[in-house]
Design a protein around this ligand. Structure first.
Ligand code: ATP
Ligand code: ZN
Length: 285
């Protein structure tokens, strides 16, 4: 039987959430620091543990069928592979930063400057788009110290909170790209492998949709059911069951994480009581 070969980061910032996601999708496998690959015991897949930078190439070559990698690395490597699903973790941005003392006026400031980065392809695209001519100095790690030691005038690097930049006397001045973990796939998979991938993506959607939603239970005076239902559309419409106490009902529904607190405020105003919020493990629409 054919197996889907899945390339994932061996160790680093993507590792933990990637393996957690695959496990939530029902794949059981062992991972250890010395492993190069592992078989999923109950799903036709095999995991390859790689450096994240190598994943796009392996997927293009077909050594791996699919991979989980940061969008930043996907764009930088510019390989002929497809994005199949955005995964909603490892969110960060690639930004240009300059020393705090600089009076930054706009991208024209970068003309004639030296920019240190591990992302020469992306920076080059950004400079061309903004009609700026600057020198790109490629370095592979500790980019943020480059201005301090006189190696560059500016940097382009990953930012999540900005505290590393501040610690090195830098400030963020341009966002170049936004990134999150993505699932990429080889261009022409066999029919059998495509079917396994479809199954995996179906499960990923169920897991991630569930993460973005909560199951909500509340007690409502019967006269408020109509108004409360309008606030709570649910998957179809809420479940309403009478309480033993005359004039009251229990309502069950699903709410989206995004407008969760707004909904709670509205429900309280409409007379809801005993509101319970419960995480959902899987959600199939
Ligand atoms: P490798 O040894 O595999 O080459 P690495 O050191 O290049 O690893 P990591 O630092 O582990 O890479 O980051 C992997 C990916 O995680 C990045 O390419 C980016 O997509 C994402 N990432 C990096 N830093 C952050 C952050 N601070 N917050 C969220 N996501 C991040
Ligand atoms: Zn890397």
């Amino acid at each position: 039987m054919e197996k889907l070969r899945i390339a994932i980061q061996k160790s680093g910032r993507l590792q933990e959430k990637t393996t957690a996601l695959l496990r939530e999708c029902g794949l059981a496998f062992t991972n250890g620091p010395n492993r190069l690959k592992a078989d999923a015991r109950n799903f036709p897949a095999e995991l390859l543990y790689l450096r994240d930078d190598d994943i796009p190439q392996y997927v293009e070559d077909g050594v791996a069928d699919i991979g989980i990698v940061g969008e930043n690395v996907f764009i930088e490597k510019n390989k002929d592979i497809k994005i199949k699903e955005k995964l909603d973790f490892a969110k960060c941005r690639l930004s240009i930063a300059v020393p705090k003392s600089v009076e930054y006026s706009g991208t024209e400031y970068l003309n004639g400057k030296k920019i240190a980065t591990s992302y020469p392809f992306i920076v080059n695209q950004f400079l061309e788009k903004n009609n700026v001519k600057a020198e790109i100095h490629e370095i592979s790690g500790s980019v943020e110290i480059a201005p301090g030691i006189g190696l560059a005038d500016a940097i382009c690097d990953i930012v999540s909170t900005g505290s590393t930049l501040l610690g090195n006397g830098l400030k963020e001045v341009e966002t170049v790209i936004l990134s999150e973990a993505i699932l990429v796939a080889h261009n022409d998979l066999s029919t059998a492998k495509q079917q396994i991938l479809d199954k995996l993506i179906f499960r990923i959607k169920a897991v991630n949709t569930a993460k973005n939603n909560k199951y909500l239970l509340l007690n409502s005076p019967n006269h408020a059911i109509e108004a409360i239902t309008n606030v709570l559309p649910g998957m179809r419409s809420p479940t309403v069951t009478p309480l033993k106490e005359e004039g009251w009902s229990s309502l069950h529904s699903v709410v989206n994480e995004d407008d969760f607190w707004d909904k709670i405020d509205q429900l309280k105003e409409l007379g809801a009581q005993g509101i319970l919020v419960i995480p959902i493990e899987k959600m199939i629409l």
